[in-house]
Write a protein that binds this ligand. Structure first.
Ligand code: SF4
Length: 621
């Protein structure tokens, strides 16, 4: 008779998550090591004093960390994982059967917090790294990487049409905002009335806090001038990486005319491997210390050149973390005159390559072949002719020096100098003195060392973020959201270093081997060093582990009688190899005076082998 399976699950009445989650689980270590209660202080201002209690902010940030460590790319998927995983439930503090937050609540909370709260969270982890002395601060490394946006090039539309639609939507939102506010107030009052015992006691909203003025002696006129300068300056971090689109200069970019309807902040960028995609630049400032802590993160649209936010990131890093580096290292894209001047005037060495520009790139004489006479403000060419100042170019912040066209046209080496019938010209930057000073560093060993170090310091961090944590393509859209995403990833990367420092280092063996867990300072044990130095012992160790794993398999899956002879067949070469190739002095090394994990290994081996042969006897009889 065909049976029908009835689905019935008896309730678990004597089980606790405390018992179900292994004691050495990663999330137990994370909970023990990192107290996230500080986040409540950061987000206090984003909650009203009355209403229903929200999801605990600590739970929200724990879920963000789970998302990072598990490589999850959506809130919906995250909550599905949380519902299935006992360890995640334990970490976020939800019991079996307790209803979890809805995934849409996480999205709303992220929107409510904004970039500022995520930046504070990132800063709090860096602060803990600094307290653990993981930040060196003597060297800073700058770099950026291209990250694809979650939008396609086909979504590009004329900018004026999209902006007009957004303006209309903003106008409608303003019109109906008053009505929505009234509804919310009515709902909140109803919620308060429902709550027993006055749990939702109204608290006073925090007064808007104006930062106290710094005790710096300045006259009112100086204050006014400083305030005007600050108002005129584009602060990249305060603007969350948004460029000044009004300042167009002489060059119109594609993003000035076209905009993506899917992700309006993403702009077209040429990929290094070829092709074009909508995307962003993620900028990292990395400490030169051994742990490579990320000190600042900023995402800008793909159209923003690397050099633009550099100074804001540098000053932010210096003042936020009380650092004054001796050197700053970056690639040639950062080597603009303003950057070099600002860095050098702050008595920091700019180890930045200077790219040769102009006709040098076409195989003609470069600027190095022309000598500058500072006393007369003119250049001498290789033929001894004079190039005088001709134009002052404010756009590129350069002065053009030009030779006499008639002399150049009659010059015997003109073919190596220029093809122009108007004579040769060269450009001198307004900041040429600083450029010359930075070029002078290029011959020093410290400069070479810094540039070599940069390649293995920042770029592997980007590779780690892209290959392991989803930075190859943002899952979110809009600049403020991708900034939150990048900050979460960088926070997780720093957290990995912090956990490593606090005791969660690499494990010496795969967790599934039966070998005993060694002590935390296992690398310093003499016995392990001797094993490492002796390849024969290493081979014996591997053969032993192989044999023991097979014995475990035998006990775990004794379902088919045919599997047992197969296992015996697989097991015998390893054990035979051990017996034949292990001289007596090696067996002596596994004596009881050795470290405990050798003892555990030997005990496991004896127990497993005894059980195995008993079982085999039973099978044969
Ligand atoms: S082409 Fe003019 S600038 Fe160049 S080497 Fe000859 S004279 Fe000098």
């Amino acid at each position: 008779m065909m049976g029908t399976k009835q689905r019935h699950f008896a309730p678990l009445i004597t089980t606790s998550l405390e018992d179900l989650v292994p004691q050495d689980h990663f999330y137990r270590h994370l909970e023990r090591t990192l107290d996230l209660s500080f986040v409540r202080q950061f987000v206090q201002e984003t909650y009203a004093g009355i209403g229903r209690p929200s999801i605990d902010p600590v739970v929200f940030f724990k879920l963000q960390l789970v998302m990072f460590f598990e490589g999850i790319r959506s809130e919906r998927q995250l909550m599905r994982q949380a519902a299935d995983r006992l360890s995640v439930l334990w970490y976020i503090g939800y019991d079996l059967g307790e209803p979890l937050p809805d995934h849409s609540s996480l999205t709303r909370i992220r929107e409510r917090y904004g970039v500022e709260v995520f930046r504070r969270f990132f800063d709090a982890i860096v602060e803990q790294c600094q307290q653990e002395k993981l930040v060196w601060g003597k060297e800073l490394y700058f770099d950026s990487t291209q990250v694809n946006a979650n939008a396609d090039l086909d979504s590009l539309m004329p900018r004026f049409a999209v902006e007009a639609r957004e303006a209309m939507q903003a106008h409608l939102a303003t019109l109906f905002a008053q009505e929505d506010t009234q509804h919310e107030q009515q709902d909140a009052a109803a919620d308060c009335a429902d709550m027993p015992g006055g749990e939702a006691t109204a608290t006073q909203a925090l007064a808007s806090s104006v930062p106290p003025p710094l005790p710096v002696p300045r006259s009112p006129a100086e204050h006014e001038e400083l305030a005007q300068d600050n108002a005129a300056r584009h602060d990249w971090i305060a603007e969350q990486g948004r460029p000044e689109r009004e300042v167009r200069g002489y060059y119109q970019r594609t993003s000035d005319l076209r905009i993506s309807t899917t992700d309006p902040d993403a702009t077209p960028m040429r990929l290094k491997g070829g092709g074009t995609h909508l995307g962003y630049h993620t900028h990292y400032v990395v400490d030169g210390g051994k742990r490579r802590i990320i000190l600042a993160v900023l995402v800008t649209p793909g159209e923003v050149m690397d050099n633009h936010p550099m100074l804001d990131l540098l000053w932010h890093t210096c003042f936020r973390w009380h650092l004054w580096p001796e050197q700053v290292t970056a690639d040639s894209l950062y080597g603009t005159g303003e950057n070099l001047k600002a860095i050098e005037e702050a008595h920091i060495r700019a180890y930045i390559p200077i790219a040769e520009r102009g006709q040098y790139n076409m195989g003609y004489y470069g600027l190095a072949q022309f000598s500058y006479d500072a006393s007369q403000d003119l250049y001498h060419c290789p033929q001894g002719q004079v190039l005088r100042p001709a134009y002052r170019m404010e756009g590129t912040q350069e002065i053009q020096y030009r030779a006499d066209a008639a002399i150049c046209n009659a010059c015997p080496v003109k073919a190596q100098c220029t093809e122009s019938p108007r004579g040769r010209h060269v450009h001198r930057s307004f900041f040429a003195d600083y450029v010359e000073r930075v070029k002078g560093y290029q011959q020093t060993p410290a400069y070479q060392k810094a540039l070599n170090k940069r390649k293995v310091w920042v770029e592997p961090l980007f590779a780690e973020a892209k290959d392991w944590h989803g930075l190859r393509r943002f899952r979110l859209r809009l600049l403020r959201r991708v900034n939150c995403e990048a900050l979460c990833i960088a926070t997780g990367q720093n957290l990995k270093r912090l956990l490593q420092k606090r005791g969660w280092g690499r494990r010496p063996f795969p967790s599934e081997t039966v070998i005993g867990v060694p002590s935390t300072n296992w690398e310093e044990e003499d016995s392990f060093k001797r094993v490492k130095e002796n390849p024969q012992r290493r081979r014996i160790g591997v053969a032993l582990m192989d044999a023991l794993s097979l014995i475990r398999m035998f006990f775990r899956y004794p379902k088919s009688p045919f599997s047992q002879p197969i296992l015996v067949h697989m097991l015998s070469p390893s054990l035979t190899w051990c017996l034949v190739h292990t001289p007596s002095r090696h067996w002596c090394s596994f004596s009881l005076k050795r470290t405990p994990w050798h003892l555990e290994t030997l005990t496991s081996l004896v127990n497993s082998a005894t059980g195995f042969f008993n079982r085999l006897n039973g099978l044969l009889n």
